[in-house]
Design a protein around this ligand. Structure first.
Ligand SMILES: Cc1ncc(COP(=O)(O)O)c(C=O)c1O
Length: 492
């Protein structure tokens, strides 16, 4: 019999303590390969902890290869030995590793019975299938072979011109020569990182930040250093000290409807950031992918519109408002930075598909996409209202600042209840999902935030989903407070 003391005051969640304990037992051979573990219910009772903590620990350890489920028979210590370099990310304790394990857990949201609020995209029902179909046919008939041949490496010139015209509406004045067409905004971000940083260099990023940027930093071997975010976005007062301490090569920032927090940086912070960029001659990679999705008021102009130093690279795409799968995005940069990025782009993929660029151009210039965008925005406004109403009605315990645009509502759970990941695991098993905040932090964050996609589902399902989440949260919180007062000894 093994004694296992759970430390309830420890900042490490109970399921992490249990996981670490089980791993130690497995690695020391106390729990042998093939040995059957108690059911989650029994173990929870035995330890006097919530069942969700046991389920979470078991699920993580299955993903990590320490445990395996045998259908109808329970959970067993896996037969296979795990080499040290295969050790699960989730158990080494670093935040990056934990979020890797969490990404694995996120696969559960793909189950067809799950009411999903975790995705980073608008609803599929918003995608303009007819408009795209007509545009593709029109382009094939008009351009023939050119529509499926190699395209100019920096992009189809008429599309670059149309984008230059489009961004002028938000105050960005560029020539078509400063527009580089990319495979979505993601490629624009990745190319900028590759062009401006070498492995080991530091990039400053908001913390939390877009999970795709965390992936880029890992893939390119650069070090992300987090800058805190409050309800006004990036806290620019913290920037200068971080610049001096870490000597970054780039700052990544999404000032308008930030993913995941939905925040908007006010004008004075934007200007502060620009002053610092100029003082330290530091390029800034601005992500404007949610710029078009404003529901309340108008955000201040993008950094790129306020800049006269040439240090701002602006990345965006048509993914969030029109068609993510066509993978058309763009990077705007002044001549010197532009050439460095364009060179990496040519090496990466020669060119972005001609047909997609030309079809997008046809749809943009016909006005069809403008009409479509207006409809999408109207639906988003309704869904946002449904989200806010459902949160107020069902889940008064959560705290949030209503997002005025974009796709996401960032929610803070009270610390007396389950963490967002604990809630996620129970919720997804019950058929409703969101994105736990841990996915978006570099260097560790707090475990009580979550990102709720407020436009992914129609209003009646938003109402149902929020109601369900609130019920599950309340049950877990009650369980936790019950166990916090229990004095059962922890014995395994
Ligand atoms: C902030 C942010 N930037 C970039 C992207 C990637 O966009 P795209 O699909 O155009 O590559 C996303 C998608 O979720 C995002 O949220």
């Amino acid at each position: 019999m093994l004694n296992f003391a759970i430390h309830r005051d420890d900042p490490q969640p109970i399921y992490e303590q249990l996981k670490a304990h089980l791993v130690r037992q497995i690695e020391h051979g106390v729990l042998a390969a093939g040995e059957r573990l108690p059911s989650s219910r029994d173990l929870a009772e035995q330890l006097g902890i919530g069942r969700i903590s046991v389920v979470t620990a078991y699920e993580d350890l299955k993903l990590a290869g320490y445990l395996e489920a045998r259908v109808g028979r329970g959970t067993f210590v896996a037969e296979r030995e795990i080499a040290p370099d295969e050790r699960p990310a989730a158990l080494t304790g670093s935040a990056a590793d934990r979020s890797e394990a969490l990404l694995d857990l996120m696969k559960l949201v793909k189950r067809p019975d799950v009411l999903n609020f975790s995705q980073g995209t608008p609803a599929d029902s918003f995608l303009p299938v007819d408009v795209v179909g007509q545009a593709i046919n029109q382009v094939l008939a008009r351009d023939g072979a050119a529509a499926i041949a190699y395209e100019a490496p920096n992009g189809y010139l008429p599309l670059r011109e149309a984008i230059a015209e489009r961004v002028a509406q938000v105050g960005i004045h560029v020539d078509a020569e400063e527009v580089l067409i990319t495979g979505g905004c993601q490629q624009a971000l990745d190319l900028a990182v590759q062009a401006l940083l070498s492995p080991g260099d530091v990039i400053l990023t908001s913390n939390p930040t877009y999970a795709g940027m965390i992936e880029i930093t890992r893939a390119r071997g650069v070090t992300p250093v987090g800058v805190p975010v409050d309800e006004d976005g990036l806290v620019t007062d913290r920037l200068e000290a971080l610049i001096i301490e870490h000597r970054p090569r780039l700052i990544y920032v999404a000032p308008t409807y930030h993913n995941p927090t939905g925040t908007v940086m006010p004008l004075h912070r934007r200007r502060h950031l620009l002053r610092l960029a100029q003082r330290y001659h530091l390029p800034v990679l601005e992500d404007g992918v949610y710029e078009d999705l404003s529901y309340v008021g108008h955000p201040p102009p993008p950094l790129k519109a306020l800049d006269d130093s040439g240090l701002i690279l602006y990345a965006s795409s048509f993914s969030k408002v029109l068609m993510p799968g066509m993978r058309i995005g763009y990077l705007l940069a002044g001549e010197r930075l532009y050439e460095r990025v364009a060179r990496v782009k040519r090496a990466a993929d020669v060119c972005t598909p001609a047909l997609n660029q030309r079809a997008l151009h046809a749809a943009l210039t016909s006005g069809a996409l403008g009409t479509h965008l207006a409809e999408v925005k109207a639906a988003c406004i309704q869904r946002r209202a449904a989200t806010l109403a459902a949160l107020a009605h069902y889940w008064p315990e959560v705290q949030f600042t209503p997002a005025g645009g974009g796709l996401y509502q960032w929610l803070q759970l009270p610390q007396v209840g389950p963490t967002a990941t604990e809630l996620f695991i129970e919720a997804v098993h019950q058929g409703v999902a969101f994105a736990p905040g841990d996915l978006f932090y570099v260097g560790g964050g707090d475990s009580y935030h979550l990102r709720f996609n407020m436009v992914a589902q129609p209003p009646h399902l938003i109402d149902e989903g929020v109601g369900q989440l609130a019920d599950i949260w309340r049950r877990l919180a009650e369980e936790r407070s019950y166990h916090a007062h229990s004095t059962t000894p922890m014995v395994l």
